[in-house]
Write a protein that binds this ligand. Sequence first.
Ligand SMILES: [Zn+2]
Length: 213
Amino acid sequence: MARKARHLKIYPGGVIIAKLCGTCKTMKRLRDFHKHKDKLGGADNRCKVCNKANHQAWVANNRDEVRTHSRKYRTMKRYLRFDWSTEQERLLMKHGCILTGEKEDIHGDHFIALSTGHGGTYRGNMIPLYSSLNTSKSDINPFEWARNRDDIDPNKWGEVVSMLAARNGLTTNEFRDFVYWCYGNRRSISEVKRDPTPSIELWRRANCIAQIA
Ligand SMILES: [Zn+2]
C-alpha cells in the first residue's frame, strides 16, 4: 500500500493516472510508459524516454554485437524468401499490434525469426507487434515465448496462428510442426546462401525422409 501510494497517482475511484519513473524519478502520465501487465499500475517501471536512453546506451556499449546482429539480419532478409512491398509494410504498421491492439510503437515482426535462417519476409511470416512484445520475443520460438507470457490472450494467439497457418497453406498443427522444425534446424548465413530452397519445402522434404526411414 505504501509503495503504491508513493509510486502512483490515483484518482478517487481507483483510476490510475500517473506513475513515478524508477530511473528519472519523475511522476509521469501512464501513457508515457510502455505497458507491462506484471508491473505496478500495468506500466513499465521505467518511462519511455528513460527506456529509449537506456537502450541507446546499451547499443553504444555493444557496438560490435549490434553490428554483427544487424549484418546477420540484413543478410538473412536478403537471402531468405522475400515477397514484401512497402505498401504491405505500411498497412501492417497501420493495423496496430495483433495481440494487444496497441496503435503506437509497432514493429513488423518476423514470426519465425530471421536469425534461425528460416522463414523470410512475406505475408505468411509477418505480423504487427507492439515494440516491447517484439523485443521480448526476439529469436525465441514464438510458441514457447507465448506460453511463458501471461499477458497474451490465448484466443488472440490462436487466431494469429490460424491466420499464419492458412497463409502458408498449412493446418495449424502442420504450421506448429514447421515452426518447431525451423527452430530445431537453424541455418547459418552460408547455409542460407548456398541453398535458396524455401524453408517450407525443406521441412516437407525432412518430414518425407523421416516417414520413409
Ligand atoms: Zn524516466
